[in-house]
Design a protein. Structure first.
Length: 84
C-alpha cells in the first residue's frame, strides 16, 4: 500500500488535493481538479474525520456548522494558480 501523501490528521485520498494546514478539528485542502472533476471549478475541502462523508466542500450552499473552516480554507487557497 502506498503511504499517505497528505500530512494532515485525516486520510484524504484525492491525489489532486494540496494540504493547506489545520483549523480547529479540520484538515484543510485545496483541490485543483475541482467540483465534479471540472478543473474550471477548483474547490476547498475541510475534512473532520476519516469516513468519506466526513468532509465539507465549498459550494453554493454549505452547512453553517462547517462554514468557519471552509472560510479559512478559502482564504488560504486564494492566490493559488488555476489549472490550465
Amino acid at each position: 500500500m502506498e503511504p499517505d501523501k497528505n500530512p494532515g490528521r485525516y486520510h484524504h485520498a484525492c491525489p489532486n488535493c494540496e494540504y493547506l494546514g489545520e483549523y480547529n478539528e479540520y484538515d484543510l485542502f485545496y483541490c485543483r481538479q475541482g467540483k465534479e472533476h471540472d478543473p474550471r471549478k477548483p474547490m476547498v475541502v475541510a475534512r473532520y474525520g476519516v469516513a468519506l462523508e466526513d468532509q465539507a466542500c465549498m459550494s453554493k450552499t454549505i452547512d453553517s456548522k462547517h462554514q468557519a473552516a471552509i472560510d479559512k480554507a478559502v482564504r488560504l487557497a486564494k492566490g493559488r494558480p488555476l489549472p490550465q
